[in-house]
Design a protein around this ligand. Structure first.
Ligand code: DHB
Ligand code: FE
Length: 284
């Protein structure tokens, strides 16, 4: 059977992708950001997942105000890097896993999570920057990736509780897939940032670090936190953090197993307009 071996949470700051793509990763400003991912890159290179389920948000690249799916699962053979206004990022095409993706869609929908099935979708920095942070600049991404897009752009986004429960359902769905596959779930976005309005530039280190503590130690409690707390404390775009609860819900302890091991924890300010946060949790 397929199984989820680990969860990876990470920011997706677009300027991180631009720094890599334009050869600026070695500059003083960016060095500490990339240094924070070195241990994780070594870990995932050794882990060799067969498939990644990558929970992220589209930023009006594939979707727009014309179509706003709350949860969308990419079932295509491949997903091209999106043109976000200055040409697509020079990163490999993302190869999907249609068979597992369709299985997940089926199981999740029958489990009462109404996923939108997407067969044609370009993927923006929300998906490609986490891959770049974890895998660097390879000629091809090392494994298939199933994109799972969450609406956190247009109110109302899903609740943290709904996200947490979706994570649990993803675990059940993965474990009902007969092939022996090692699956890693990425939860991406965040941490505190606000890109517009009078509070643009808001960063809240104390709240971010409390969020990291809570998602490790008390994900149940964290899942009950209302949207308004995210927006007040972590800024309007801090709401992206609800996506981390999907990855967390897929871990062993909240499904009757043991607590995951914290393999890596990283927090850094600033990167562009945000605080960068990152966790690697291994199921035990
Ligand atoms: C920035 C951060 C984001 O999460 C995003 O989607 C766009 C921009 C920023 O820090 O500039
Ligand atoms: Fe974003």
């Amino acid at each position: 059977m397929a199984r989820i071996t680990a969860g990876v949470a990470t920011s997706h700051v677009p300027a991180i992708g631009a720094a890599l793509d334009n050869g600026k990763a070695g500059e003083d400003y960016w060095k500490p950001v990339f240094a924070g991912y070195e241990a994780s890159k070594a870990w995932i290179a050794a882990e060799q997942p067969d498939v990644i389920i990558l929970v992220y948000n589209d930023h009006a690249s594939a979707f727009s105000l014309e179509l706003i799916p709350t949860f969308a699962i990419g079932c295509a053979e491949e997903f091209a890097p999106a043109d976000e206004g200055w040409g697509p990022r020079p990163v490999p095409t993302v190869v999907g896993h249609p068979q597992l993706a369709w299985h997940l869609a089926e199981q999740l929908i029958l489990d009462e999570f109404d996923m939108t099935i997407v067969n044609n979708m370009d993927v923006d920095h929300g998906l490609t920057v986490p891959l770049s942070l974890m895998f660097g600049q390879p000629d091809a991404w090392p494994c298939p990736v199933i994109p799972l897009a969450v609406n956190v752009v247009q109110y109302p986004p899903p609740t943290g509780n709904r996200c947490f429960n979706l994570g649990k359902a993803i675990r059940r769905a993965v474990e009902s897939y007969p092939e022996d596959l090692k699956v890693v779930v990425f939860g991406t976005g965040g941490m505190s940032h606000q890109l517009q309005g009078p509070r643009a530039g808001l960063i809240n280190r104390e709240w971010d670090n409390a969020f990291l503590d809570k998602i490790i130690n008390d994900p149940d409690g964290l899942s009950k936190m209302p949207h308004i707390d995210y927006v007040r404390e972590a800024g309007s775009e801090g709401i992206e953090l609800v996506m981390w609860l999907i990855a967390r819900g897929a871990m062993s302890d909240v499904n009757g197993g043991h607590k995951p091991k914290v393999l890596h924890r990283f927090y850094h300010v600033p990167a562009s307009n945000t605080a960068v946060g990152h966790l690697v949790l291994e199921n035990t």
